[in-house]
Every structure is written in structure tokens, then in C-alpha cells.
Design a protein around this ligand. Structure first.
Ligand code: AP5
Length: 220
């Protein structure tokens, strides 16, 4: 079996989680979101959650060594033998270099990095409309993809919530952090010849089709 190892990059709210999920499902490989792993650890009040909580809530990046060790562990599990889709990682050049090192030690490498391009106006509007299910992780958009019953998850019936870091001041901070720390990661992958840019402002299905087109051109 040929493994497929992908990274999704893009600003907060670009649709990385939405698209990474669709791509991972279509390829039959795990979708690994560092944000989801950190939020779950916070919810369960684990040691990791305790160390990460104040950074996530404030819109800051969790220290590289914490995130790198969780990604090393997660991508080393058996279900990643056929590859994986990373979402929200790497976010700093140190994380990108660390990931290259982890994969090189296993004789592996990334196949492509998909950058979702979305402007600030769409991001701010999407994040204000986002609701998540704290129980099963399902994602909704109040204007684009609302739940059938107001405030209630279609899949498991739990009460939906806004994410703790989706308030306007924290979104502004996350955008600043993205520009400062993550745009250099875009340049890093561009110079490695791995970067593929995809417009992320169309509807979910349209963006997904564009990604599938791009993936056809990726050598694996
Ligand atoms: P993380 O969870 O990774 O958040 P993020 O990168 O800010 O991205 P989001 O999850 O907000 O958005 P997304 O791009 O996944 O968009 P989504 O599909 O949800 O990280 C959160 C925090 O964790 C960080 O701030 C940091 O503290 C920490 N962290 C995580 N990883 C880290 C790392 N590697 N290093 C250090 N710290 C780390 O879509 C957004 C909304 O838009 C949804 O409502 C969705 O339904 C809607 N939508 C999606 N696509 C479309 C579309 N095409 N049209 C209209 N609406 C759409």
C-alpha cells in the first residue's frame, strides 16, 4: 500500500478541519488535528490539558516541544501506516523541522502541504458563526450548515457551544499569531516544493473538489 502523508495549513477558520476530515475519509487514513487533541485533553483535565489550556484559551501557540511530542506519538501509531492528514500542525518552522526529523527517522516524508487561502473578512464571519459539539466534535455553521434543532447536535443530541477561542478579541490574536509564526512555515514548504495553494472561499464541496484535483498531481 502507498502511504499518503498530508498537511493542511491556513489561517484560523480557513476550513482546515472541515476539509482534512473529508480528505482523510476519502483516503481511508486518520485525520489528526492538534487543536482537537489539545481541546480534548483540556476537557478531560489531563496533564497535557493542564499544560496547554492557558495558551489555547488566549489564542497563543502551545510550546513546540509539547506539540511535537504529541504528534510524534500519534503519527507513530499503527493506524498511520497508510499515512495521515495533519491539520493545524506544523505551525512554526521549528515544528516543521521537527516533523521532517521524526519522519526521516522512520524513512518517511510528507507528500504535499495544502494551503487554504481565505481572507480575513470570511474568517471573522465563519468563526462568529461556528458552533461545535463538545460531546462528539461535530461542527456546524449557523448560517451555512446549521443544526436541525437550534443549539442541539444532530448526531448525538448534546448542547452546542461556541469555541472558547472564537470570541472576536481572541480571533484577532490568532490571526496575528498566524501571520507571525505560521506564514514562515508556508515559505518553508514552498522552498521544499511541497506547497499546493487552494482557494478556500467557495462552498465546502467546491473547495473539496479543488483539493481532490490538486491531489491527483501529487506523486506518492
Ligand atoms: P486549531 O484547532 O488548529 O484552530 P485554528 O488553526 O485556529 O483553526 P480552526 O479550527 O479555528 O479552523 P479551521 O481552519 O479548522 O476551520 P473549520 O474547518 O473549523 O488550534 C486552536 C489552538 O490550539 C491554537 O490557537 C493553539 O493555541 C493550539 N494549537 C493547535 N495546534 C497547535 C500547534 N501545532 N502548535 C501550537 N499550538 C497549537 O471551519 C471554520 C468554520 O467555517 C466552521 O463553522 C465551518 O463549518 C465553516 N466552514 C468551513 N469551510 C467553509 C466553507 N468553505 N464555506 C463556509 N463555511 C465554511
Amino acid at each position: 500500500m502507498t502511504a499518503t502523508r498530508l498537511v493542511f495549513l491556513g489561517p484560523p477558520g480557513a476550513g482546515k478541519g472541515t476539509q482534512a476530515d473529508l480528505v482523510a475519509d476519502s483516503l481511508g487514513i486518520p485525520h489528526i488535528s492538534t487543536g482537537d487533541i489539545l481541546r480534548e485533553a483540556m476537557e478531560k483535565k489531563t496533564d497535557l490539558g493542564g499544560r496547554a489550556g492557558r495558551y489555547v484559551e488566549g489564542g497563543d501557540l502551545v510550546p513546540d516541544e509539547i506539540v511535537l511530542s504529541l504528534v510524534e506519538e500519534r503519527t507513530g501509531r499503527e493506524d498511520c501506516a497508510g499515512g495521515f492528514v495533519l491539520d493545524g500542525f506544523p505551525r512554526t518552522v521549528a515544528q516543521a523541522e521537527g516533523l521532517d526529523g521524526i519522519l526521516a527517522e522512520r524513512g518517511e516524508a510528507l507528500d504535499a502541504v495544502i494551503l487554504l487561502d481565505v481572507g480575513d473578512e470570511a474568517i471573522i464571519s465563519r468563526l462568529a458563526q461556528r458552533r461545535v459539539c463538545p460531546a462528539c466534535g461535530a461542527l456546524y455553521s449557523l448560517d451555512g450548515d446549521p443544526p436541525r434543532q437550534d443549539g442541539v447536535c444532530d448526531k448525538c443530541g448534546a448542547r452546542l457551544e461556541a469555541r472558547v477561542d472564537d470570541d472576536p478579541a481572541t480571533v484577532k490574536k490568532r490571526l496575528e499569531v498566524y501571520r507571525r509564526d505560521t506564514l514562515p512555515v508556508v515559505e518553508y514548504y514552498e522552498s521544499e516544493g511541497l506547497l499546493r495553494r487552494v482557494g478556500g472561499e467557495g462552498d465546502v464541496e467546491g473547495v473539496f473538489s479543488s483539493i481532490l484535483e490538486v491531489l491527483k498531481t501529487v506523486k506518492r
